[in-house]
Structure formats: structure tokens, C-alpha cells
Design a protein. Structure first.
Length: 292
């Protein structure tokens, strides 16, 4: 049975967990999700449910609801009025539900709330969050794990939710397909042993976004600045659920931030040089921004 809710969080039975700029109920057993506190009051709320029963038919996402079949065959149905996200299929363990299955819930609810979402990780340096945006094969998570090992806070692994130019924290973990040599962070197997999970320490629930990074593999380590027009085109094409409306002014504000394309070799020995190159560029960009 699903109790009717609204996205305001009224009548939710517990304080919930705070992640992706949302108050999420129904996942209190997931240690990867920090508990809600006073800093998260007023965030959109959603209750996650799991039902091992025949699913409803798919319904294209609109501004009120949507039902779709996920890659593993499960069905996810999200209802804006009720404030619910229901997974149909065999029950998921809390750690797997928290990451990665909460991601499609977060992108849907956040887009309904007028925010933008991207398939992106993010790290924090010089007091700002720096998005790492790219496809699954671009090495985002391995780069984030390497940066975490060098003392940089990680804001989120693979889903970035932004409200204006503020970015929200994701689950406190990074999942890797293979170990990163020399990182030295403790890991544990997840998702039936197919991935290794790196735990992350607590972080502020929201951090001002500083800029964008687009990693790609190449023969040499280079960092190339992108123009505002090139960044705007990338962001407009890579935001989640393009069929839902976006605020043009918000996209223009995001495109006004500094952005680079990072080319790096498939060589773990290059991680230290990559860290130094990124740190120098980010600190320089932050200093310029502070004088404006």
C-alpha cells in the first residue's frame, strides 16, 4: 500500500535521508546516505518503495509522472503528486538502492523541482565544486577516487544536481570497476562483487559550483579551456530529461563558469601529474573569479 504524499514531504513518517538536494524516505538503512538535518529543511521530498509484483506499463515521463523499464529489467514508476518512487521487482539491498538506483529517482524529482541534473561526478577544491562530466567509459570514478586519496573532498560520484549555481552532495561513496593502483583507499565489493565501493566522509549538503571538467582518454596529458558557447552546447545536450523544460537563464549561468577538456593517458602513473594540473587550473580560475 502506498500512502498518498506530496513533494513537500508532508506526512512522511521519518526525517529521512538528505542526498542530491532531496529528502528521501524509505532508505533509512543505507549508511551511504546522511540523515536529514536543519540545513535540508524545505528540500523536495520523495518516498522510495519496493514492490515485488507485476509492474505497470511504461508511461513516458511528463511533468506529473513517468514509468520506465530500467537496464536490469526492473520498472521504476515516479509520481509527482503522491511524492513516491516505486521499484517493481526483487527487493534491492539498501546499499545498492542508495547507489546507483536512487539516481534515476533523483534526476526525475530534481528536474520537476526546476533543477538541472547531469551524469557527472564532482570534487571540491578552493571552496568550490568542480563537475567531472562524461560517459561511463571516461574514467570519472577512477579520477575521483584518485583525487579523494590525495585529500580532495568528493561531492558526488555520477549524478550532479544543480540549483542555480549550487551543487548538491550525492551518496557518500564512489564505485569502481577495478582497483586504482596507488590510491590506498579501503574498498568493499558491492553489486554482487562486480564493483568496488570506496566510502567517502561526510560533506556539506550543498557547495557552490566552480566549473566543469570533461575527461577523455588520449596519448598525452593536456587541459584545454572551453569557450562559453562550446560549454553551453554541451550542457544543453547532456542535461537529464531534455523533454522537460529548462530555464534558459539558468543554463546561461552554468555556461558562464570556467570549463576544460582534460585529456589523459590510460596510465595510472599519470595520476599525480593530473592532480597537479587540475589543482593549478582550478586555483587560478578561483582567484580570477574572486576578483570579479
Amino acid at each position: 500500500m502506498i500512502v498518498e504524499q506530496t513533494m513537500s514531504g508532508e506526512n512522511m513518517p521519518t526525517p529521512g535521508r538528505a542526498v542530491y538536494g532531496l529528502l528521501v524516505h524509505g532508505v533509512d538503512e543505507a549508511s551511504e546516505l546522511p540523515p536529514a538535518d536543519g540545513a535540508t529543511l524545505g528540500w523536495p521530498a520523495v518516498r522510495v518503495c519496493q514492490v515485488d509484483a507485476p509492474p505497470p506499463a511504461p508511461v513516458p515521463l511528463n511533468d506529473a509522472r513517468g514509468t520506465r523499464i530500467l537496464a536490469d529489467g526492473r520498472t521504476l514508476s515516479v509520481d509527482r503528486l503522491r511524492g513516491t518512487a516505486t521499484f517493481y521487482g526483487p527487493p534491492l539491498a539498501p546499499d545498492v538502492l542508495a547507489h546507483p538506483y536512487l539516481a534515476p529517482v533523483a534526476t526525475t524529482v530534481s528536474r520537476w523541482a526546476g533543477r538541472e541534473t547531469f551524469h557527472s561526478g564532482a570534487f571540491v577544491l578552493a571552496g568550490r565544486a568542480w563537475a567531472v562530466l562524461g560517459p561511463r567509459t571516461a574514467g570519472k570514478s577512477s579520477l575521483l577516487a584518485a583525487l579523494a586519496a590525495r585529500g580532495l573532498p568528493i561531492l558526488t560520484d555520477d549524478i550532479l544536481v544543480v540549483d542555480g549555481v549550487d551543487a548538491f552532495a550525492g551518496p557518500r561513496c564512489v564505485d569502481l570497476r577495478q582497483p586504482v593502483p596507488g590510491v590506498g583507499l579501503p574498498t568493499r565489493p558491492v553489486r554482487a562483487g562486480t564493483l568496488l565501493r570506496v566510502g567517502l566522509p561526510p560533506i556539506a549538503p550543498r557547495v557552490r559550483l566552480g566549473g566543469w571538467l570533461f575527461p577523455r582518454w588520449g596519448a598525452a596529458l593536456t587541459l584545454t579551456r572551453l569557450s562559453g558557447a562550446a560549454l553551453l552546447a554541451r550542457l544543453a545536450g547532456q542535461r537529464s530529461f531534455g523533454q522537460l523544460p529548462s530555464d534558459p537563464a539558468a543554463l546561461l549561468s552554468l555556461a558562464a563558469l570556467p570549463a576544460w577538456e582534460l585529456t589523459r593517458p590510460r596510465d595510472w602513473a599519470a595520476l599525480d601529474d593530473t592532480h597537479r594540473l587540475l589543482a593549478a587550473a582550478v586555483v587560478a580560475a578561483s582567484a580570477v573569479g574572486a576578483t570579479r
